[in-house]
Design a protein around this ligand. Structure first.
Ligand code: CP
Length: 308
């Protein structure tokens, strides 16, 4: 079956089929091995970041430039007419008249969907509030496949802030396609939202809830750490109490599976100590690099320059 993502918005990981996900990963592998410096020559990407980012913004912008395309945009909405009260709809409608594809990050859930109603140009959601981060999930899947040599039938723990962490929402939903056994490790107040647990149940995906890393660390192939999302807490006293609840250090890795890989969408703010970085299990820096290839593949696919 040919996969064709030309013109498609990537708003939620649930809008991509298993075949489409695998096609993105295959194209990303190809671009990792064989750079294509002219593939997107004469195309322009709008980079619209209404919320801070290092990896998502810079890897998308680098991806576009390494494919020969150009980038316009902003990393700080206070320098745009948003500051004067312009709506997201109006801004996106205008930006869509200037560029060929828009990458957007925004603090509000549903913002990427709203933006997609304002323009025919593809919108790639770089994270909308606590909701979704589908391009992160694609690079997570690429990385899991790269370090485990498969995507199917893996035991995977998601650890940290599963309530507010959009990367874990998208990833849990994507793993439905690959028959994973999932372990959700979080304090009760930050556990995986019910709507996602219900989706997993409906698809007969095995999962269990835990409060300690030690309960799962020797049972899994992938330990996906996340930070507690301080910026999402209404009550900062509550955040201060909970922010250091999970700290992974090298000593905790003594009895893990030999093939265990530790991933993290980054940034980390203390939940993985630096002594883990030099263990054979750490794979989060490679994971961040892979964002470049996966985002190259996505840009080329939605712009109709790569199919599979
Ligand atoms: N993983 C991720 O989204 O990182 P940034 O917030 O730095 O983009």
């Amino acid at each position: 079956m040919t996969v064709n993502l030309t013109g498609k918005d990537i708003i939620s990981i649930q809008e991509l089929s298993r075949e489409e996900i695998l096609a993105v990963l295959e194209n990303a592998r190809s671009l990792k091995n064989t750079p294509q410096p002219k593939l997107l020559e004469n195309y322009v990407m709008g980079s619209c970041f209404y919320e801070p980012s290092t990896r998502t913004r810079l890897s998308f912008e680098t991806a576009m430039q390494r494919l020969g395309g150009r980038v316009v945009g902003f990393a700080d909405p206070t320098v745009t007419s948003t500051k004067k009260g312009e709506t997201l709809y109006d801004s996106t409608r205008i930006i869509g008249q200037y560029v060929d594809v828009i990458v957007m990050r925004h603090p509000l859930e549903g913002s990427a969907r709203r933006a997609s109603e304002a323009t025919e140009k593809p919108i790639l959601n770089g994270g909308d509030g606590t909701n979704q981060h589908p391009t992160q999930t694609l690079l997570d899947l690429f990385t899991i496949d790269e370090c485990q040599n498969k995507l199917e039938d893996l035991d995977i723990a998601l650890v940290g802030d599963l309530k507010y962490g959009r990367t874990t929402h998208s990833l849990a939903q994507a793993l439905i396609h690959f028959n994973s056994h999932l372990y959700f490790v979080a304090p009760d107040s930050l556990q995986m939202p019910n709507y996602i647990c219900e989706e997993l149940k409906a698809k007969n995906i095995k999962f269990s809830l835990h409060e300690k890393i030690d309960d799962v660390i020797d049972k899994v192939d992938i330990l996906y750490m996340t930070r507690i999302q301080g910026e999402r807490f209404a009550d900062q006293i509550e955040y201060q109490k909970i922010k250091n609840i999970f700290v992974l250090n090298a000593k905790m890795l003594e009895n893990v599976r030999p093939n265990l890989n530790i991933l993290h969408p980054l940034p980390r703010v203390g939940e993985i100590t630096t002594d883990v970085d030099t263990t054979k299990h750490a794979y989060y820096f490679e994971q961040a690099e892979n964002g470049l290839y996966v985002r190259q593949a996505l840009l080329a696919m939605v712009l109709g320059k790569l199919n599979k």
